[in-house]
Design a protein around this ligand. Structure first.
Ligand SMILES: [Zn+2]
Length: 158
């Protein structure tokens, strides 16, 4: 697992989610910093044993490989093609396709119901990780509570 660095586990208690924070390095030179949900209600994921967690992370490492991105984006385009009434939700999806942590305060579309839009994406089947304690180097803010509407960063894959 030399290309996979595990930084530790953390919980997002409000949403009953647990994550492993990781850094993935790929042969292409791409480095991806993200969080893998090991407890995530919507997908029925609930892993506790180290062995289970490690093999899950290895699977996700392959799944998140940059060589899959182009095909993944094509699949998403056909998924969204007939969802013409979901323009606002789509704009949130588009903002997240960088696969990088995205600041709710300054990088997502400005929208008072952003939490609802994120919820919509989750209901469509996207996995979105949350970190309420990340520092944003763009707006220079660090938020610490979920109730503040600017708190959370996301990344995701389907
Ligand atoms: Zn920001």
């Amino acid at each position: 697992m030399t290309k996979i660095k595990i930084h530790g586990r953390r919980s997002h208690s409000k949403a009953s989610e647990r994550y492993v924070d990781v850094t993935f390095e790929y042969d292409s030179g791409t480095v991806w910093n993200g969080s893998i949900p090991i407890e995530y209600r919507r997908t029925g994921t609930n892993l506790t044993e180290d062995e289970e967690v490690n093999s899950y992370i290895e699977k996700i490492y392959d799944y998140c490989s940059p060589i899959r991105h182009e095909q993944w984006m094509q699949e998403q385009q056909s998924f969204w093609a007939d969802k013409t009434k979901a323009e606002v939700t789509k704009s949130f999806f588009d903002a997240l396709t960088t696969f990088q942590w995205t600041c709710v305060n300054c990088q997502l579309p400005s929208n008072p119901n952003w939490a609802r839009r994120i919820q919509d994406l989750k209901e469509m089947g996207y996995t979105i990780a949350t970190d309420t304690a990340k520092y944003c180097y763009v707006c220079k803010k660090k938020y610490s509570s979920y109730s503040n509407s600017c708190v959370t960063w996301w990344n995701f894959w389907l």
